[in-house]
Design a protein around this ligand. Structure first.
Ligand SMILES: [Fe+2]
Ligand SMILES: [Fe+2]
Length: 209
């Protein structure tokens, strides 16, 4: 049985690995069999900036789940959060390699967003499992909306990036429906509105920085 201090140490280690280590994917990268297309410098810049936003989103997801798992009450909730976090690490790996291929870089603001998201996760967990899972479900729903928007903004010919985003969409939708199965509550409208504002701040700043 792990003590709270053990768990905190593990989550601290997860944070350092998310920010500093190269993430690995158990599944094959979704774009593995897709040929690279000839993109202009402008198209590459646009695609890599959008993937930088997605990468920061995945850093935030890691931090949220890590914080939520720390304060979740039921073992089933903790297990669901940990399973979702494994898939988010894969998303992190896919985004990171695609950014490198496009000649871009990850966001300088990631440590800041990790700390903020971890704190939000701890608070969500402390509110009780139904709100914790409700927060997870709403986060995944909003991420899905962002990804759909990115598919519209991406160069049509960039099939590799598109394939990655499409697989992430499927995974995020699965995370949202699993959270509902485990008993997620519907968040009140002001909470959803606030989450949208925070995520707007994250997406706009990581697009440039
Ligand atoms: Fe994700
Ligand atoms: Fe997810």
């Amino acid at each position: 049985m792990l003590s709270k201090l053990d768990t905190l140490t593990i989550e601290f280690d997860t944070g350092l690995r998310t920010l500093l280590a190269k993430p690995r994917s158990i599944r094959a990268h979704p774009d593995a069999g897709v040929a690279e297309t000839d993109l202009s410098e402008c198209e590459k810049n646009q695609a890599s900036a959008l993937m930088r936003v997605n990468h920061t989103g995945e850093v935030c997801a890691q931090a949220l789940y890590s914080g939520q798992a720390l304060t979740a009450h039921r073992p089933e909730t903790t297990a669901a959060l940990k399973q979702a976090a494994i898939e988010e690490t894969e998303h992190l790996a896919w985004c990171e390699s695609r950014i490198t291929e496009l000649g871009g870089r990850t966001s300088l603001l990631n440590p800041l967003f990790y700390a903020g998201s971890f704190t939000m996760g701890v608070i969500a967990g402390a509110l009780g499992d139904k709100w914790n899972l409700g927060f997870l479900a709403e986060t995944e729903k909003q991420v899905g909306e962002h990804l759909a928007n990115h598919l519209e903004k991406l160069p049509q010919s960039d099939q590799k990036t598109r394939r990655i985003i499409q697989q992430m969409q499927l995974d995020e939708a699965k995370h949202a429906s699993e959270a509902k199965q485990y008993g997620a509550a519907e968040l009140p409208a002001p909470a959803k509105f606030l989450m949208k504002k925070v995520s707007k701040l994250m997406t706009t700043s990581s697009y440039y920085l």
